[in-house]
Design a protein around this ligand. Structure first.
Ligand SMILES: [Zn+2]
Length: 188
């Protein structure tokens, strides 16, 4: 392989080398890692002089280095093949992401159900305490003031629990559709 993908540092970097933008700084030699440079050869054909663009490693002339020179069309082909490979990798990533998202959603829903179950258990408990309190008062085992104070405590607790139930119920539901849309892996 002559080419491999290198991290794209800056597409706007100005280069004096006659390398087209898509090759500049993006492509390196698969043999030695050096920059691929372009050169233009003018050949005379029937219609007149015609420019042919070639690409080769900057160390193309070093001893032992493969003397590979690519025509522009060949380079385009290699770049397209590279993009195709990246696309396939993205397909894998997308599938993996969907699986993770699915598992996460199930986990979140389970957590929400657990939370609601726990809250309703506490609501039932407070209601039972209210009944017990009322019975104690009816049996005259506690004083009016104690009954009123304890009754307020329990009502406050209940109101608090109801707020938590509301929050847990109306809490923004999991939105895997939105999230995966935002990620938007492009499929060609
Ligand atoms: Zn090289």
């Amino acid at each position: 392989m002559l080419l491999c993908c290198r991290e794209h540092r800056s597409s706007s970097a100005v280069s004096n080398q006659p390398v087209p933008r898509h090759a500049d700084d993006l492509i390196q030699c698969g043999h030695c890692g050096n920059t691929i440079t372009g050169e233009v050869k003018t050949k005379k054909i029937k219609k007149g002089p015609k420019d042919y663009r070639y690409y080769r490693c900057a160390r193309y002339n070093k001893p032992g280095h493969p003397r590979i020179r690519l025509k522009e069309a060949d380079l385009d082909e290699q770049v397209l093949a590279m993009f195709e490979r990246v696309r396939i990798e993205n397909d894998d990533v997308r599938e993996w992401f969907a699986r993770v998202l699915h598992a996460r959603t199930r986990h979140d829903q389970k957590a929400k159900q657990d939370r609601l179950a726990e809250l309703s258990r506490q609501v039932v408990m407070v209601r039972n305490q209210e009944n017990q309190l009322l019975n104690l008062r009816l049996m005259d085992e506690i004083e009016e003031q104690t009954f009123a104070r304890k009754g307020r405590e329990l009502r406050d607790r209940l109101a608090q629990l109801n707020l938590q139930v509301d929050a847990a119920t109306t809490a923004e539901p999991n939105t895997p559709r939105l999230r995966s849309k935002r990620l938007n892996f492009r499929k060609h």
